[in-house]
Design a protein around this ligand. Structure first.
Ligand SMILES: Cc1cc2nc3c(=O)[nH]c(=O)nc-3n(C[C@H](O)[C@H](O)[C@H](O)COP(=O)(O)O)c2cc1C
Length: 284
């Protein structure tokens, strides 16, 4: 709504992006409706409302997870998005991402999702932590199972999914309609194909280390094209820590600690290249 170039950049769609959803956050029903209508040129296939974000900058405006504290306003926002979808976006599904509540004393995911569905939401994605928990502690998957048993629309489960096995376990334990990877996909984009393989065939081939590192390097190049080399090199430090970690009982990169130590100081793509080449020559 503020015509920010930074926000518009987030809307770019990759050529190979087969499914394209746009998520909005906000707390004013009228503004949210107008924002949704502005999305028409991007032709989203799903419109999602963020009611999970715990960041102070967002919650202090009543948006993100703070919207769950005001069920009346929340209902108006969802209704406004559903109307905008019908009138300006070809009636695409409207979905809602929630947490279990604001804090331990105000768990209200049941009430909020019931209201969402009554207002016309087609799916609820559920991160089973309170806002107070942030990203710490453990997500309570039993709440996901509870919500699945109460809603007539699909529930997507979220929280603590770090491997294909985690995803399989969540699907089994909660009978949710799908899972949403988050931190588990950072530095480990293979988690999607590995999960598909596991669910279809009962096992999967863990991605070999050289392939992991090559993919990390490719991500660095793609990110640099998006946000510039310096910022990309900084951002990829965290991700490379994950790229060099062992997965699913497999050992990590040999000499991973020393490799990570060199990578966290890399400030250019060339430096990354030299460090990774040296690592691959030493048998990685
Ligand atoms: C850095 C970061 C950014 C996130 N941004 C969003 C977001 O924009 N929208 C959203 O719905 N969830 C967002 N999430 C939450 C995740 O979708 C997910 O629900 C949460 O991280 C729990 O899953 P996990 O324990 O597997 O990481 C974000 C999480 C992290 C760590």
């Amino acid at each position: 709504m503020r015509d920010s170039a930074k926000t518009a950049a987030l809307l770019r769609r990759a050529e190979n992006e087969a499914r394209y959803a746009i998520q909005l956050f906000g707390s004013d029903p009228d503004i949210m409706g107008r924002a949704a209508r502005m999305l028409a040129p991007w032709r989203p296939e799903v419109l999602d409302l963020n009611c999970g974000c715990p960041v102070p900058k967002v919650v202090k405006t009543g948006a993100g997870s703070a919207l769950m504290r005001d069920p009346g306003r929340f209902a108006l926002v969802v209704e406004s998005l559903v109307r905008a979808s019908r009138e300006a976006l070809g009636g695409i599904p409207v979905t809602v991402k929630i947490r279990s509540g604001w804090d331990e004393g105000s768990i209200n995911y049941r009430e909020i999702s019931r209201i969402a569905v009554e207002a016309g939401a087609d799916l609820v994605a559920f991160h089973a932590r309170t806002r107070a928990q942030g990203y710490g502690g453990k997500a309570d998957w039993s709440l996901i199972a509870d919500l699945v048993s109460r809603l007539r629309v699909p529930v997507i489960g979220s929280g603590d999914l770090y491997s294909a096995e985690d995803a399989e376990r969540m699907l089994k334990e909660t009978v949710c309609g799908g899972v949403m990877f988050a931190r588990g996909a950072m530095g480990n984009p293979f988690i999607f194909s590995e999960t598909k393989e596991l669910l279809k065939g009962g096992s999967y081939r863990p991605t070999p280390i050289p392939e992991r590192l090559a993919t990390g390097f490719r991500q660095l190049g793609l990110l640099a094209a998006d946000i510039g080399e310096e910022a990309a090199c900084r951002e990829m430090r965290k991700q490379f820590c994950a790229y060099t970690k062992g997965r699913s009982g497999e050992p990590g990169v040999p000499g991973a600690a020393a490799l990570r130590n060199r990578l966290v100081h890399a400030v250019s793509i060339d430096e990354y290249r030299i460090i990774l080449l040296a690592a691959s020559r030493s048998g990685v």
